[in-house]
Design a binder for this molecule. Structure first.
Ligand code: SF4
Length: 465
């Protein structure tokens, strides 16, 4: 089996050459960019809003132990069963046991990236349960037996024609390029699934400690049906989703909508606090909340990168990332793609196996600039690179970086080195080599920039009287 790094290289190289897919991604994102800029303008002060959102999430993360307990107590008081899962095995085990106890046959899900993270669908299907994704994009990728392409837009890489072909093949419909007709086809197929499902599984966008409620934001109404129609509702969420107060949502919900989809606010925003009470007609008879750690506390212990737990999974950093836009979502081979995925996956799945994702960055900083909760993404990529070399770098890497640090920290040595580089200019011809050359794996997709004839220091000296 190829390593994650070599699989990434293979898949990324293939997507880069797939002009159709790249055009589809660019087209989807250009609409997003336009909508986002016009709606960010509706915030009185977008920068202050980012600062406030970051502060709210920091407050929650720094007192996670207290806020999670408060959240749990409120839920338990309303009859909700809360399960703390250390890892994906425990989370899957709890949900599988529950499904068996309930003698469930059919399970309907609304979009939850945490369930992708713990590979819940595979486990449920292996155990013989019928599982259906109810979010349109997730429904499409499930029919194709593919993981989501993007945190927010799971099927953004597909054309209407491809979706029409898929529906024709799997659902027996007539070909059409009309998006409304395609949506109605999925809707019709899904309605029956809601009615026959024994269990509904959702994620949560936020978990409000003050009131013990989960907040779900969506555009299709499928999450509401998933919560309300089956007799049992299971909520699966990462522990970092907690926020202190209900009032915090007045900022976080519009911010998530603007950064995530370019909307002012999403169509449906639900707050769910428990199963149906005696005087209510609708809702599930039972509600379970699974709080997942899965290495999040390890990230919490890392003072340098703890801020990545602020992430509200809006996907904005993917949308602006030149690497994501060209290699696409599937090449990453992870649940969370793009810059945030490259930062947190080494923490969730092992630094040495996943540090290559931190190399897949131009370090342009567009991700950090766009992140609504001000996560210092591009610096975290650098830290992952540094940590990987410190932990298990080759002798060549260690000596190379030591020598580099020695030179750049001494202005005199640096001056000599830059002057000496001019004499090495002819070597560029060697580095821009042929397939027979040993440096070809590096140079086949890169060219060394030309050395400047005069350095910045020389130019500066000339300007200074
Ligand atoms: S890191 Fe920031 S921009 Fe990226 S998904 Fe998370 S909140 Fe959104």
């Amino acid at each position: 089996m190829p390593s994650a790094a070599s699989q990434f290289n293979t898949d990324a190289t293939r997507t880069v050459a797939d002009l159709g897919q790249r055009e589809m991604v660019q087209r989807s994102l250009s609409g997003y960019q336009k909508a986002r800029s016009s709606n960010a303008d509706r915030f009185q002060d977008w920068e202050s809003a980012r600062g406030r959102a970051a502060a709210i999430k920091d407050e929650a993360i720094s007192q996670l132990d207290q806020y999670l307990i408060q959240f749990e107590e409120k839920l338990v008081a309303r009859g909700v069963k809360v399960f703390w899962a250390n890892d994906s095995v425990e989370a899957r085990g709890y949900i599988l046991d529950l499904a068996r106890t309930k003698q469930a046959k059919s399970i309907v899900k609304s979009k939850t990236m945490v369930s992708e993270e713990i590979h819940l669908n595979e486990a449920l299907e292996e155990a013989g349960f019928h599982v259906v994704e109810s979010d349109l994009g997730e429904f499409i990728v499930q029919l194709r037996h593919e993981p989501p392409y993007h945190i927010v837009f799971p099927a953004m890489h597909l054309t209407r024609g491809q979706i029409s072909d898929l529906f024709q093949q799997k659902l027996g419909t007539q070909p059409t390029a009309d998006p409304e007709e395609l949506t109605m086809t999925a809707r019709k197929a899904l309605r029956q699934e809601y009615l026959s499902a024994d269990i509904g599984i959702t994620g949560a966008n936020f978990a409000v400690a003050e009131t013990g409620m989960i907040s779900i934001t969506e555009n299709e109404g499928n999450a509401r049906l998933t919560c309300a129609l089956p007799k049992t509702h299971v909520v699966l969420l990462g522990i970092e989703k907690v926020v202190p107060r209900l009032a915090d949502l007045s900022l976080l919900l519009p911010m998530l909508a603007t950064a995530g989809t370019g909307q002012q606010i999403t169509c449906y925003n639900s707050l769910i606090g428990g199963p149906r009470s005696a005087d209510e007609l609708d809702g599930p008879e039972e509600m379970h909340v699974v709080l997942l750690d899965n290495s999040r506390t390890r990230l919490l212990a890392d003072a340098e990168q703890r801020d990545s737990l602020r992430c509200i999974r809006c996907g904005a950093c993917l949308n602006v990332c030149p690497i994501f836009r060209n290699v696409g979502g599937h090449a990453y081979g992870t649940t969370y793609q793009g810059p945030i995925g490259s930062v947190i996956t080494p923490h969730l799945r092992g630094l040495q196996s996943w540090q290559h994702l931190s190399q897949a960055s131009s370090l342009c900083g567009a991700c950090t600039e766009t992140c609504p909760v001000k996560i210092d993404l591009h610096h975290h990529l650098l830290q992952n690179r540094r940590n990987a070399v410190a932990e298990k770098g080759s002798l060549f890497q260690r000596l190379g970086f030591k020598a580099f640090a020695l030179v750049v920290n001494r202005p005199g040595w640096f001056g000599v080195a830059t002057r000496a580089m001019k004499f090495f200019a002819p070597l560029q011809r060697i580095f821009n080599a042929t397939p027979a050359d040993p440096v070809w794996p590096w140079t086949k997709s890169r060219e060394l920039p030309s050395f400047a004839r005069r350095s910045f220091r020389d130019l500066w000296k000339e300007r200074t009287p």
